[in-house]
Design a protein around this ligand. Structure first.
Ligand code: KET
Length: 453
């Protein structure tokens, strides 16, 4: 058998492979490493002749994450990424929260920690604390033990597991999503096996909520239909119902038996308060009815890449909640078996410790406040330039995004001429902006709206 001597190679990657092979060979009579090295060295591991995948067409990049791909390719020193909803500091850098660093240190110092598989439903303590965080410590559903919470892969994974559970076990297969909504929603729910329909939400003429349209469309939905609700900081519009409007939505939905499915990706990011941002969900739980909640810790704890989130299903009784959980496990097991341990452990450390929790709320508030200050600065910068149009929606809209009203041609002009990257629907991530970059963005918006495009 021909093998290659990686240890004497001059390339660093070959040397690393060599070290790995020596490690695998130590005390290993079976020769796994020898077999591995022969596979590695084989020049014939590619497919001879034409590829069985040759018929594939190149797929387009994702409308949101693809913006970052394009941004990364741009060599311009003035480039600005306002595409993905990810927090940046005033220096334009990604932020790891101080409490997260402390929690990770605690985890590393704890030598009793192991890396065994988690149960299918995830880390039990994380699940309990997540339910408490979103529903409130005094929630009747928690007190009566009629809620099930499973750890999932961030907000997206929670929506997907919830969608598949509903497609399998709920009598109505239609889900209504807002028009417009986060671009991944229709794909997630269609692939989960649900039929996706939209309800009116945003009024471009007022750049506010089309409350009448929303009530008419939900009023006309078939009884029992599922309704996806953005818990706060609606993406992409930044427009939320008022508490009075939420109450009317709740009454209408309960009277028609519509099933609420909350997407809570921004708890704490809208108002700066975790409790205030959870209010709409808590109103629906307080009435004793059932609902689903998908929670993400990507934004509010800055744990984007850790993929940590939770799906909670509030039921009428503890008995039903137990059965629901048993079925959720059947959805999860063949999908990814069990969720990752690290991110959920970080969250559990922070949520269980009063001091860390308080410190987190301060850091979260600081992020929310910086975004609000960016709104004011951008608004003022446009006003001082005399940019035509009413830009007050920049300060009225809530959460990470401003839905500017710029059209795809205008966005493309700003990218080409100003190296400013954003989604083609005119959404900008205010969290990607800083005092230093506001003038550049304001110049670009001014230029594009004074040009006829
Ligand atoms: N729901 C909404 C409304 C949402 O905006 C996102 C992410 C998610 C769920 C999922 O986040 P996760 O990282 O799976 O917890 N939105 C931003 C990032 C993305 O598109 O993936 C965004 O809109 O930029």
């Amino acid at each position: 058998m021909k093998t290659t001597d990686f240890s004497s190679s001059s390339s660093p990657s070959d040397r690393r492979i060599g070290a790995l092979l020596r490690h695998l060979n130590s005390g290993n009579e079976l020769g796994i490493a020898d077999r591995l090295s022969s596979v590695y060295a084989s020049p014939t591991s590619g497919v001879a002749g034409g590829s069985v995948f040759a018929h594939l067409v190149q797929a387009p990049e994702d409308p949101i994450l693809g913006v970052t791909v394009a941004y990364n390719k741009d060599p311009s020193p003035i480039k600005l990424n306002l595409g993905v909803g990810a927090y940046r500091t005033e220096e334009g850098k990604p932020l790891v929260l101080n409490v997260v660093r402390k929690a990770e240190q605690q985890l590393i110092n704890d030598k009793s920690r192991i890396k065994e598989y988690l149960p299918i439903a995830g880390l039990v303590e994380f699940n309990k604390l997540s339910a408490k965080l979103i529903l409130g410590a005094d929630s009747p559903a928690i007190r009566e033990n009629r809620i099930t919470t499973v750890e999932c892969l961030s907000g997206t994974g929670s929506l997907r597991v919830g969608g598949e559970f509903l497609a399998k076990h709920y009598h109505q297969k239609t889900i209504y999503i807002t028009q417009p909504t986060w671009g991944n929603h229709p794909k997630i729910f269609t692939l989960a096996g649900l039929t996706v329909k939209t309800y009116r939400y945003y009024d471009p003429s007022t750049r506010g909520l089309n409350f009448q349209g929303l009530m008419e469309d939900l009023g006309a939905a078939p009884p029992g239909a599922i309704v996806l609700l953005h818990a706060c900081a609606h993406n992409p519009t930044g427009v939320d119902p008022t508490i009075q409007q939420w109450e009317q939505i709740r009454q209408l939905m309960r009277s028609k038996g519509l099933m609420p499915f909350f997407d809570s990706a921004y708890q704490g990011f809208a108002s700066g308060s975790l409790d205030t941002d959870a209010k709409p969900i808590r109103m629906f739980v307080a009435d004793g009815g059932e609902c689903l909640v998908a929670q993400s810790y990507a934004k509010n704890m800055g744990l984007y890449g850790e993929r940590v989130g939770a799906l909670s299903i509030v039921c009428k009784s503890a008995d039903v909640a137990g059965k629901v959980e048993s079925q959720l496990k059947l959805v999860i097991r063949p999908m990814y078996s069990s969720p990752p341990i690290h991110g959920a452990s970080i969250v559990a450390v922070i949520l269980r410790d009063r001091n860390l929790f308080n410190e987190w709320t301060l850091e979260l508030k600081a992020m929310a406040d910086r975004i609000i200050s960016m709104r004011k600065q951008l608004f003022e910068a446009l006003r001082s330039r005399g940019t035509p149009g009413d830009w007050s929606h920049i300060i009225k809209q809530i959460g990470m995004f401003t839905f500017t009203g710029l059209n795809p041609a205008q966005v493309s002009f700003m990218t080409k001429e100003y190296h400013i990257y954003m989604t083609s629907d005119g959404r900008i991530s205010m969290a990607g902006l800083s005092s230093k970059t506001v003038p550049h963005l304001a110049d670009a918006i001014h230029a594009v709206v004074t040009k006829a495009l």
